[in-house]
Every structure is written in structure tokens, then in C-alpha cells.
Design a protein around this ligand. Structure first.
Ligand code: GUN
Ligand code: ZN
Length: 428
């Protein structure tokens, strides 16, 4: 029998920790266990009870470490792996100076394959078991990404970037070509094993109205897919969108016009929003990918988490590598906490963990499959060592409750805190 019983501390969310008292939204088992079989969670609860019930399961004892659903990165650019931590530029210059030259290299399928392998190695080292990535305009960049994720048994989403203006010649497609390439890739990959295709117009400035129209048409034909793009990251970008689309009421209004909003649409960043945009994002059921390390690194601004949660907008946590400065979801949670503090709100550790798991799963409409370790869910798991470095350990020794034991790892932890990762029920 292929049954495993993983013992350790467990945390489960009885409800959304943003909707009431965050600590009481959570069920903590000091001696907990998760039982899995063939890639599926069978049970999650008290270790003593589960050991009696599943006495034939192979037991793996993670002792005081914390067993959680694998982390879910709701917005990332795998082709930017090699340019992470590039110095000194703001968004548009950063795209032109670092990003576009690197993305040009993905015309070479070997480069794409090598980068995809490195990218998923880094994800797994950091406990990320699912991500939603932009590829480049090259179909072979999608093939490389999907092939590598499939070989690792991962649930991932991704799509070919559509970009037909304001980019170098080698990185431009056309409205028609981007439609037909995206459609072919969608038909090739969507629903194969755990892979999902995402319609991916990069952002309004790099698409003509004709291309946004084509993206909207493709998504309307395939509403089972996600749609991802960028929204209101930097003020200069927003002004540029106003010049390029003078008839639109605002940046979000451009996407509304081309049917690129609603459930299944994931807007990266969404920092500098007007009242109208906040209201329309909420009314349309559009999701946001919050990219805190990117927002500080590129100097974009402070995302208003409190507002988004108050409006009931689905928000996922995201690294946004290579604009984001870390592959670590722990570092990303820490940055989200710091941005919250700068905006006057201390985001509770329960809320940070939720954002990196169930919050991202909801934003990506994957919450019936991943993001929780409930019976029937897919067995993607991360085990966190809560004493991974001396500074964390001395802090945890004084902890009075589970949150004081977990928060030091959120603020000070990195890949050394990732004790084990399971993907689809198999140790990675
Ligand atoms: N806006 C359009 N493209 C990008 C990108 O690659 N990274 C970030 N951070 N913002 C973008
Ligand atoms: Zn991005």
C-alpha cells in the first residue's frame, strides 16, 4: 500500500483569516498528521488518532516541524530567472534594459529548457509546488516550461506572452500570430496531467487594441483557462497607458473594454488604483497577484491589502521573479508584512500563510484541488523547520504560542527552513 502518514505540527484554516479574528480561523495540532495515498490527501488531524486508524501507513516523523500545503506563487516570470537582482532601474527601463534582452534568448529551445529546469529546482528548494508563470513570445518557451513541470508532476499554469508593440523586433508577434500560437499551445497543453494554459497578454502598453481584442476572443472561447496580465504597477506606466488608450476611463477600463476581466483574470500588482478601479475589480470578481518584493525592489509602491480584502477581492501572493528579488515565499511573506506595516496594517502570520497557500489557490481558481490539506485534495506539501537558523531558534525558544513560533521563520527564514517538499504525493 502506498500510504504515508506524515507527523508534525499542522495548521488548518477553518475560515478565511481575513474575515474575522485571524488566530481563531486556524486549527493548530501540536501533534498532528497528514495521511496521503497516491497523490491524494486522505486525512488531516490528530496524530494519535490517525496512527490508530491508518496503522499500515508508512510513518515519517517530522517532529516539531510544520506541515503545510505547498506554497503557490500566483505571478512569476520563469524566463527572468537569470536576471533576478538586476540593479538600479524602474519598470520601463528595467524591461528594456534587462528583461527584453534576456527574453530574446528564449528563441533558443535549449536555453528555454535549461532555464525551466533551473527555475523549477529553485521553486522546489523554496517549497513552491505550484506557480502561474509568464513565458515569452516564443512557443518553445511554453513547451520547455510545460515539459519540465510535467516531468516533475507539478500542477502549474503558464502561457505565451502576447506582445505586438513597444518591444524589440525579435520580441514582437502580431495580433493574428499571437492568437493562433496561443490557441495551438492551449490545445496542446491545457489539461495534460496537471498543466493549465493561461491566456497572457503581457500588459496594455505592449499590445495593440487588435491584439487585446484577439486575447479577449481567445479567452472567451476558452473560459476554462486563466487570463493573466499586469495592472497599475508604476505611475509612469499608468500615464503611458492613458496616452495609448485615450478613450479608456483608466487602466483597468482598458482590460474591461477587451473582455479581459472577471473570474479567472489575475492582475499582477494593482497598486495605484482609482476608486472606480477598486470597485470594478471587486464587482467583476477579478483576482490580484500581490508581488511585494518586486514592488519594493523596482520601487513601485505599496499595495493596499486591507482594502482588497475588505472588498472581497481574491488576492494571491507572488514572487514576480525577476522583478521580484527572491524565490523564497517566506521572504515574500516578510515583504508583504513590511508593506502592510508601511500602510498601517500588521498582517497576521495566519493571514500571510493563508495568502501563500489557499489565497493563491483561490486567485488561480485551483482551490478545489490545492491550497489546503483536506481529504480529497492533491498532496502537494511543504514541511517547515521552525528552527532553521540560530537567530530563529533563540527566538522560537521564547515563543508563547504557535504564532510566535511561526512568525520568526516568516520574517527570517529562507530555503534553509524548507525541510521537505512533496509533489503529488511523492517526495521531491
Ligand atoms: N509589466 C510588464 N511586464 C512586466 C514584467 O515582466 N515584470 C514586471 N514586474 N512588470 C511588468
Ligand atoms: Zn510580472
Amino acid at each position: 500500500m502506498n500510504q504515508y502518514l506524515l507527523k508534525g505540527q499542522t495548521l488548518r484554516f477553518a475560515e478565511n483569516p481575513f474575515s474575522g479574528d485571524p488566530a481563531s480561523a486556524c486549527v493548530h495540532e501540536r501533534r498532528g498528521a497528514v495521511v496521503i495515498e497516491d497523490g491524494t490527501v486522505l486525512a488531516n488531524g490528530n496524530a494519535d488518532a490517525l496512527e490508530r486508524e491508518y496503522s499500515d501507513a508508512k510513518t515519517i516523523d517530522y517532529k516539531n516541524s510544520l506541515i503545510l500545503p505547498g506554497f503557490i506563487d500566483s505571478h512569476v516570470h520563469y524566463p527572468q530567472t537569470a536576471i533576478i537582482a538586476s540593479w538600479g532601474k524602474r519598470l520601463i527601463e528595467w524591461l528594456n534594459g534587462y528583461t527584453f534582452p534576456e527574453e530574446t534568448r528564449f528563441a533558443d529551445a535549449d536555453h528555454a529548457a535549461e532555464t525551466a529546469a533551473r527555475f523549477f529546482d529553485l521553486n522546489i528548494q523554496n517549497g513552491i509546488t505550484t506557480c502561474c508563470s509568464y513565458c515569452t513570445i516564443h512557443p518553445q518557451s511554453v513547451d520547455a516550461y510545460m515539459t519540465e513541470a510535467r516531468a516533475r508532476g507539478m500542477r502549474v499554469a503558464g502561457g505565451k506572452v502576447m506582445m505586438d508593440r513597444n518591444a524589440p523586433d525579435a520580441l514582437r508577434d502580431t495580433a493574428e500570430q499571437s492568437y493562433s500560437d496561443s490557441k495551438a499551445l492551449l490545445e496542446k497543453w491545457h489539461g495534460v496531467d496537471r498543466l493549465e494554459y493561461v491566456v497572457t497578454p503581457r500588459f496594455a502598453p505592449t499590445s495593440t487594441p487588435a491584439q487585446l481584442e484577439a486575447a479577449g476572443a481567445l479567452w472567451a472561447e476558452h473560459p476554462e483557462c486563466l487570463m493573466q496580465t499586469h495592472l497599475s504597477e508604476q505611475k509612469e506606466e499608468i500615464q503611458w497607458v492613458g496616452e495609448l488608450f485615450p478613450d479608456a476611463p483608466d487602466y483597468f477600463g482598458v482590460y474591461e473594454k477587451y473582455r479581459l476581466v472577471g473570474p479567472g483574470a489575475v492582475m499582477g500588482h494593482s497598486i495605484h488604483l482609482t476608486e472606480r478601479e477598486w470597485a470594478r475589480i471587486a464587482e467583476t470578481g477579478t483576482a490580484i497577484g500581490h508581488c511585494p518584493t518586486s514592488n519594493t525592489f523596482i520601487g513601485s509602491g505599496l499595495f493596499n491589502m486591507k482594502r482588497a480584502q475588505g472588498l472581497g477581492i481574491p488576492v494571491g501572493l507572488a514572487t514576480d521573479v525577476g522583478g521580484g528579488s527572491s524565490f523564497s515565499m517566506l521572504r515574500t511573506m516578510a515583504a508583504a508584512y513590511e508593506i502592510g506595516q508601511l500602510g498601517g496594517t500588521a498582517i497576521h502570520p495566519a493571514q500571510l500563510l493563508w495568502l501563500a497557500t489557499e489565497g493563491s489557490a483561490r486567485a488561480l481558481r485551483m482551490d478545489r484541488k490545492i491550497g489546503r490539506l483536506d481529504p480529497g485534495m492533491e498532496a502537494d506539501i511543504v514541511v517547515l523547520d521552525l528552527k532553521s537558523t540560530p537567530v530563529i531558534e533563540q527566538r522560537v525558544d521564547r515563543a508563547r504560542d504557535v504564532w510566535e513560533a511561526v512568525f520568526p521563520t516568516i520574517m527570517l527564514g529562507d530555503d534553509r527552513a524548507i525541510e521537505a517538499v512533496w509533489i503529488n504525493g511523492i517526495p521531491a
